[in-house]
Design a protein around this ligand. Structure first.
Ligand code: MRU
Length: 358
């Protein structure tokens, strides 16, 4: 992704360190966070220095490689025990995104294929890099397939941040938008602010600004207004986990946008790599939904006029809040799922055909 005209990935590894674009500080400050060990990497996922399903999958993969490198003994059985502990720590950071365990399992499999701890350590780093490169390639393909759905002069609505920041590069929902922009289509993006953490207003708007893509941030509850006015031609969102019947878990608020899109006859697409499908979730009700701290609702963060970033309370001291981080959009509201293999229908037979061919 372009940042101040320089190319960056959201996450990468060099020597024993994992580097992350610090998403807690955007859009006010662009800073790289450096994690020295797998526990710090797990903490970066938990505290959302890095977030977005494919990005945490790749970060989890690099965290496993760090854990492998941290082992100082020679005994392969002890090495396995050490890795299993790290796997648990990394997997328990966030429950909803399927990619987190997908990325970790990928590195575990390739590492434990060896029978010598020193050789296995090298394989773990190679596997994590392979996983990250693979994810970047998948997202690029999603962009090429999704671009075919975007017409000249189209306005696209997106929710949360499913951009390069949420992946290793390119993004899922933002990848077709990038490709449409690079192919010189005249497009406009409506960006849902995405309360409570404002990933739309702070991260998606920042990514689009970096690439000079025309956009406006809208309040979460304004999407229906613009749809009814005929201002939105297509909705594209990302996904954290997709059940085998096509139900999609994504950032809270996605469900209501899908219902509104159907009501207004607007196509509603989900963009996600096939690694987002969970063969163990038959329907959306099998998907675990993360409940986050109530302070994310009760307080907001922002920069004041003097340039200082502050946290301030917006609700009565006596009030409490409920904060589910994701919701499930039933398959019947989804026009199609844009994957690296093309656009697929949200129906079990088609999903099984694509996922099992992987
Ligand atoms: O809580 P977050 O910011 O990790 O949630 C992110 C989303 O819901 C994204 O839409 C999803 O992970 C898809 S990212 C390509």
């Amino acid at each position: 992704m372009l940042v101040n005209n320089k190319n960056y990935r959201t996450v990468w590894m060099q020597d024993n360190f994992v580097y992350l674009i610090n998403q807690q500080l955007l859009p006010h400050k662009f800073e790289i966070y450096k994690s020295s060990n797998h526990l710090e990497t797990a903490d970066a996922i938990k505290t959302m220095i890095v977030r977005g399903a494919p990005a945490i999958g790749a970060t989890g993969a690099f965290g496993m490689a760090q854990a492998a490198l941290e082992f100082t003994g020679k005994d392969f059985e002890n090495f396995k025990i050490h890795l299993r502990k790290a796997e648990q720590v990394l997997k328990s950071t966030r429950p909803t995104a399927n990619d987190l365990s997908f990325g970790i399992d990928f590195v575990m499999r390739k590492t434990l294929d060896n029978f010598d701890a020193d050789i296995a350590k090298k394989y773990s780093v190679g596997a994590a890099n392979e996983y990250a490169d693979w994810n970047a390639d998948l997202c690029k393909s999603i962009g090429e397939h999704g671009n075919k759905l975007i017409g000249e002069n189209h306005s696209i609505l997106t929710h949360c941040n499913a951009g390069a920041l949420a992946c290793v590069d390119f993004g899922t929902a933002l990848s077709p938008i990038r490709v449409a922009h690079y192919s010189k289509k005249n497009i406009f993006v409506y960006v849902d602010e995405t309360r409570p953490r404002n990933q739309g207003a702070s991260l998606t708007a920042w990514e689009l600004s970096q690439e000079n893509i025309n956009h406006s941030i809208i309040a979460d509850n304004a999407a229906g207004f613009f749809m009814k006015l005929g201002k939105i031609d297509i909705v594209i969102v990302g996904a954290d986990r997709i059940a085998m019947n096509g139900d999609v878990a994504n950032k809270i608020g996605t469900y209501e946008k899908a219902v509104l899109a159907k009501e207004n006859n607007i196509p509603f697409y989900v963009a996600a790599p096939l690694s987002t499908f969970d063969i163990n979730s038959k329907t959306g009700s099998d998907i675990p939904i993360e409940e986050r701290h109530e302070d994310e609702i009760l307080y907001m963060h922002g920069m004041d006029e003097s340039g200082e970033v502050k946290k301030f309370r917006i609700s009565p001291r006596e009030s409490s809040a409920k904060n589910p981080a994701f919701d499930v959009t039933p398959a019947k509201y989804i026009t199609g799922i844009i994957t690296e293999k093309g656009v697929i229908k949200p129906i079990t037979e088609e999903i099984e055909r694509f996922v099992k061919n992987e």
